[in-house]
Design a protein. Structure first.
Length: 276
């Protein structure tokens, strides 16, 4: 049976246990986060600035949601739900009114993470959103891999330069027998950011043993990230990406930015099935 704990700060997961065995990074060594929510941007803005309605705003990498205290609106053993809405602090960085709902639902050995954004403004709003969960995984022994559900022959890799997208290219050599073999050099150039993925699911494996199945259906990007030598790997479904280094800085022109009308809602979710 799967058990989870969460916290109001960032509406972040604190623990995922399958039959008492911890699956989530502890947030202590190497990286002090565990599963931050990326909103209203994913990745970095050029010069940490963006232009919205002819005004310049500053926002740090991955947005502000991960550092805000959410309201807990449901706290049951198998369902945790949180809400964040605009406030004086967010409006200084992001001039839109919104409600962001985050729900964690446990069904046997599967965790479903759902995001919902509602436009409570009187104008269109724009945003990016993504997940960033970190799973325990000591890949230094080169026994761990990310295996794709379908045969992948045209995955596009988005390369980063100082946190910004520098170029995109097909990089078939990243795959070995339809797997990404994790090792200490995997993240030398920051995250592995992928697009044009045929699969809806990937599998984290130790040798041939499946550790987890990750279903990111609907998300246009998937990133894999860790810190050198750290005993965890992040599997990150994204609806948006960092600015390109040649970006205009105009928020509405960001790649794959989501726009919704007043009173409209945007919903997405990902699922993680854990194995013993």
């Amino acid at each position: 049976m799967l058990q989870i704990t969460t916290k109001q700060e960032g509406a972040e997961l604190r623990s995922i246990k399958l039959n008492g065995k911890e699956k989530l990074h502890d947030g202590k060594e190497y990286w002090n986060r565990q599963a931050p929510i990326l909103f209203p941007i994913v990745g970095k803005l050029k010069d940490n600035k963006t232009i919205i309605e002819d005004q310049t705003y500053e926002m740090r990498q991955h947005g502000f949601a991960r550092d805000m205290k959410f309201e807990c609106i449901k706290d049951k053993e198998n369902i945790k739900e949180y809400k964040l809405k605009e406030n004086e602090e967010t409006l200084k960085m992001y001039p839109y009114k919104f409600e962001l709902y985050v729900k964690y639902q446990v069904k046997e050995d599967t965790l479903i993470v759902s995001y919902e954004v509602e436009n409570t403004d009187n104008k269109n709003i724009f945003f990016g959103i993504g997940g960033h969960p970190a799973f325990k995984c000591d890949y230094s022994n080169c026994k761990y891999s990310i295996e794709f559900e379908k045969e992948e022959d045209e995955i596009g890799i988005l390369e980063l330069e100082n946190g910004l997208i520098s170029k995109a290219r097909v990089k078939e050599e990243i795959l070995t027998n339809n797997k990404i073999i994790l090792n200490e050099n995997s993240f030398e150039n920051d995250a592995i950011i992928m697009q044009n993925i045929k699969s809806n699911k990937i599998y984290l494996k130790e040798d041939e043993k499946t550790i987890l199945e990750f279903d990111f259906t609907g998300f246009p990007y998937l990133a894999i990230w860790s810190k050198k030598g750290a005993p965890f790997v992040c599997i990150e479904p994204w609806y948006n990406i960092a600015d390109h280094k040649e970006s205009s800085g105009i928020f509405e022109e960001k790649k794959k930015i989501i726009g919704i009308n007043p009173k409209e809602k945007f919903k997405c979710k990902y699922k993680i099935k854990f194995y013993e």
